[in-house]
Design a protein around this ligand. Structure first.
Ligand SMILES: [Fe+2]
Ligand SMILES: [Fe+2]
Length: 202
């Protein structure tokens, strides 16, 4: 079942935004660095990457992966295991949500791979069936490194050239979203949609 959200300009957006609101208890360790706002921004980056790259289904899967990707962190420090933990525990926790949107077993496997790999050093081979979904999540996550400060995004590690062009967008999304109250994913989506309509993307 496809559900479109008419207030949103992103072509791949077929989710009901409130389905992806982050509620108390979702995160094992919620923080300002890896909490709801970071997650919402990464979800928006995925939508925008999908839009710019004209990828629909892989971006929908990466969007779901972004939703859970940092939920199993135990702390804000360096940790390569929070991805595999989230794939193991958080993806199953949200299966009722993913099932609502009709994802197949293979779709869920792609989401799990992306979530698991996002905190790992190794890159999937480009011919891996889950490479595209994983690379979308990793680039989308990297774009929010702007929250750590200017210069914290090393562009040589990005996987897609398109991502480079979204640096200004990600900076603006970070700044705006930290200035206002964001009480759900729809709020972040509205900020992102307004930025999308500005001169940055004529
Ligand atoms: Fe992470
Ligand atoms: Fe993250």
């Amino acid at each position: 079942m496809e559900i479109s959200f008419k207030c949103c300009n992103f072509t791949i957006m077929f989710f009901i935004p409130s389905d992806f609101d982050i509620k108390p208890g979702y995160f094992r360790h919620e923080s300002s660095l890896h909490g709801a706002l970071h997650t919402y921004r990464v979800m928006c980056h995925v939508l925008l990457l999908g839009d710019r790259m004209k990828l629909v289904h892989p971006a929908r899967l990466a969007f779901c992966a972004a939703f859970v990707h940092d939920m199993a962190r135990r702390h804000d420090g360096f940790c390569i295991m929070h991805g595999p933990r989230a794939a193991k525990h958080k993806v199953p926790e949200f299966m009722p949500l993913f099932n609502k949107y009709g994802f197949t077993n293979e779709d869920i496997n792609s989401i799990k791979t992306a979530v698991s790999n996002h905190s790992q050093y190794f890159e999937l081979r480009k011919d891996h069936p889950h490479y595209l979904v994983t690379s979308l999540l990793k680039d989308a996550d990297a774009l929010d490194r702007i929250r750590l400060g200017e210069g914290c995004l090393n562009t040589k590690y990005l996987r897609h050239e398109v991502t480079l062009g979204l640096k200004d967008f990600s900076r603006n999304l970070y700044i705006k979203s930290e200035q206002v109250t964001v009480s759900g994913f729809a709020d972040m989506l509205n900020i992102a949609s307004k930025l999308w309509n500005t001169a940055l993307f004529p």
